[in-house]
Ligand binder design. Structure first.
Ligand code: ADP
Length: 402
């Protein structure tokens, strides 16, 4: 029988998240996380899916090579090591695929070179992704390894949505355009939303609101992305946990010229110390809600700014799509924070949008509708599953034939 397991690797600068799935039924076999790679206090936490048993090891893990070896040892412990004959492929999350990669791609030298060429537009993410890929390839050179790009789903955006209104020659020379991120999630959630409605993705227009610590919105027409809120980098768009999202670019000139800040300081300010955190000192929506319940005005204002931006994007994407069949909330905040969902569509009855208070309050694991029966536009909570989507795309590309 052909091998049916796919290992999904998400390599960050100091962490590696992994999941092993059996594609016969898309079930999880194992999940885990290596964190603080390169420090003395590294940790690997491994969970065996069938039993829920976890194993944890603390102690220095010097680099990604050591991290992947530790992952391989954990998997081998359960008879599922990297040398397992059941392993069909490894799927890698790659953040930036530029304009070049619109599909999942089997990795070879040319693909590695292209991912490397994109480092100037993804300086934090692509080097870490590459390290993970190279290490995995060294461990299993014979195994198909597939890159699944966060940007791929957005490559269908038309030029009027993808281009900034700046000098075209300069933009092209430096590959400045709107690429969008979280694409694997937007692809998965828009398709699952169509399934929830009992319709084909080709027939459905969806606004997807991926609200995690990072947050982005997308407008999906008939299964194809036509606009998304993140741009050249994940900084553009919605108010996020620690990122500002949209602002007047002149704020940057002002901070440099009048505020005396360096470009690196401004970069850190806008990416790491802004958004909800910059506004009220907390980036976790649970904590913000708790503070609001206690009457905290700063937390309230942060929440209101977050919701105001969200509403503007719902309105904008409504106009971009013309007809909207569903709005889908996903990721940590979207799946769990009922007050955010309620506030985001409050007052939009004129657009056919409403949330049923009882349905919205119900906590659940699966995709579900929270709009009143018979509503013109469905409002849904659709849990995202980026690892499953990466595994599915990887297996579709290589698994069945190997
Ligand atoms: P990311 O993958 O971007 O790190 P997630 O999608 O895991 O983020 O979302 C993390 C965020 O989800 C947390 O920072 C928190 O704000 C929010 N969150 C998680 N659980 C809840 C909850 N029960 N209620 C409100 N917000 C929640």
């Amino acid at each position: 029988m052909s091998p049916t397991h796919v290992l999904v690797l998400n390599s960050g600068s100091s962490s590696v998240k992994y999941q092993l799935l059996d594609m016969r039924d898309s079930s999880r076999l194992a999940t885990g996380l290596v964190e603080r790679i390169g420090e003395q206090t590294s940790r690997i936490k491994h969970t065996v899916a069938a039993t829920g048993d976890t194993r944890e090891q603390n102690g220095p893990i010097a680099d990604h090579q050591a991290a992947l070896k530790a992952v391989a040892e954990e998997l081998a412990w359960d008879g599922l090591g990297l040398d397992s004959p059941e392993l069909a492929a490894i799927g890698h999350r790659v953040v930036h695929g530029g304009m070049f990669f619109s599909e999942p791609t089997v990795i070879d030298d040319a693909v590695l070179t292209e991912i490397e060429r994109l480092i100037p537009v993804a300086p934090l993410h692509n080097p870490a992704n590459l390290t993970g890929i190279r290490t995995a390839m060294a461990l299993r050179p014979d195994l198909p390894q597939v890159a699944v790009f966060d940007t791929a789903f957005h490559t269908t955006m038309p030029e009027q949505a993808a281009r900034y209104a700046i000098d075209t020659k300069i933009a092209d020379r430096h590959r400045i355009r709107r690429y969008g991120f979280h694409g694997t999630s937007h692809a998965y959630v828009s398709r699952e939303t169509a399934r929830l409605l009992g319709r084909a993705p080709e027939d459905v227009n969806v606004i997807v609101l991926h609200l995690g610590n990072g947050a982005s919105a997308s407008a999906v027409r008939g299964g194809r992305c036509v606009d998304t809120s993140m741009g050249l980098t994940p900084l553009e768009g919605l108010v996020m946990g620690t990122r500002s999202g949209d602002l007047d670019p002149a704020v940057i000139f002002h901070l440099e010229r009048v505020g005396g800040m360096s470009m690196d300081e401004i970069d850190t300010l806008l990416n790491k110390r802004s958004g909800l955190f910059g506004l009220c000192g907390d980036n976790d929506m649970r904590e913000i809600q708790r503070r609001i319940d206690e009457g905290d005005a700063q937390a309230r204002l942060a929440f209101d700014i977050y919701i105001h931006r969200l509403k503007k994007y719902i309105g904008a994407y409504y106009a971009v799509l013309g007809r909207v069949d569903a709005i889908a909330f996903t990721a940590g905040v979207g799946e769990n924070a009922a007050p955010v969902r309620e506030a985001a569509v409050a007052g939009l009855e004129g657009l056919g949008l409403a949330v049923d208070g009882d349905l919205n309050a119900v906590r659940g694991d699966g995709p579900r509708l929270i709009s009143p029966a018979g509503a013109r536009v469905a409002v849904a909570v659709v849990p995202t599953d980026e690892e499953l989507e990466i595994a599915t795309q990887t297996y579709a590309l290589v698994g069945k034939g190997s």
